[in-house]
Design a binder for this molecule. Structure first.
Ligand SMILES: Cc1ncc(COP(=O)(O)O)c(C=O)c1O
Length: 297
């Protein structure tokens, strides 16, 4: 018998034990410390070990408790960076998806997953008043921004074949760091992101934006994107989307994106209508990760 082989009966015991541990975690989550009582040295010592040469069998379960005790549980008292909702029912979906282990490159290798993605994208589009729009789900906001900016760059300053040409993009000083990172990865360069000042409510100053665009135009620089945020990371500020979109429309043709996060918090405050208005004129990247989080509060 191979040491890596797991017989069905043992697999069943492992499965039951993991589910029991997961259930215990969910049931006790609000009694747990929001910050584990550990130090960097203690955590490193807990996991720094040689790669095992043999299967561990049921002993592998001992690590579950150690991992749990060195993790930050999503209690109602946790105020960290953006976290997903940590919805236990969604975790079951994640587990099942891991069992199915699909290759998501194309419909032929994952028919159900591709159909589900299309459906969820349709739901999201409808939720922001953009029925009929298409898109794709990404692993997170950084990748979505990278994709959006890649599309903007290819539309305005194509680089896929012959390499990047000089071009510029615009965003407010409050924009998420994934935007300059994406521009660096795309060969546009961080220095070619114009960080436009904000008003007293941390929203992009549209007249300063207009000045920046006009200045670059006069210098003969090519604009590929104006990035408006519908809920900035630091304060949740919503840039004046319709004003920005109208300005872009007047300048004609520049791509425009809205990163929309904290959506549950924003629906009904004008953000939703702004995103729809904007998306019908340009590109919208939508971050729905906080919907369920909000609905649980
Ligand atoms: C507005 C915005 N854009 C992008 C990101 C990056 O998202 P991710 O961490 O999923 O890559 C975040 C994350 O907080 C964000 O708030």
């Amino acid at each position: 018998m191979s040491h890596l082989q797991v017989f069905p009966s043992e697999f069943r015991r492992l499965l039951d034990a993991v589910m029991a541990a997961a259930n215990d975690f969910v049931e006790t989550i609000d009694d747990r410390r929001t910050m584990p009582a550990t130090s960097g040295q203690m955590t490193t010592a807990a996991f720094d070990r040689p790669a095992p040469e043999e299967g561990l069998g049921m002993a592998v379960l001992d690590d579950l408790e150690v991992i749990t005790n060195h993790s930050r549980p999503g209690t109602g008292r946790l105020f960290p960076y953006v976290v997903g909702s940590g919805e236990p029912v969604a975790a079951l979906g994640d587990l099942y998806a891991s069992f199915l282990n699909q290759n998501l490159t194309a419909w032929r290798s994952a028919p159900a997953a591709v159909a589900i993605e299309r459906t969820v994208v349709r739901w999201l589009a409808e939720a922001v008043g953009c029925s009929g729009f298409t898109g794709s789900l990404t692993s997170g906001g950084s990748l979505a921004n990278l994709m959006g900016l890649a599309m903007a760059r290819e539309a305005k300053a194509p680089a896929n074949e012959d390499g990047a040409e000089a071009c510029v993009a615009y965003a407010s000083q409050e924009v998420h760091m994934s935007i300059p990172k994406a521009l660096a990865l795309l060969g546009v360069g961080r220095a070619n992101l114009r960080l436009v000042p904000v008003d007293e409510r941390f929203r992009i100053d549209v007249s300063a934006l207009a000045d920046a665009v006009a200045g670059d135009r006069n210098e003969g620089r090519r604009a590929i994107a104006i990035i408006a945020s519908a809920g900035t990371t630091n304060t949740g500020a919503i840039d004046p989307l319709t004003d920005v979109a109208e300005a872009v429309w007047r300048w004609r043709g520049d791509h425009l994106m809205a990163t929309r996060r904290a959506m549950g918090a924003k629906v009904g405050t004008g953000g939703s209508a702004g995103v729809a208005w904007l998306a019908k004129r340009a590109n919208a990247l939508i971050f729905p990760e906080l919907w369920t989080a909000r609905s649980r509060v």
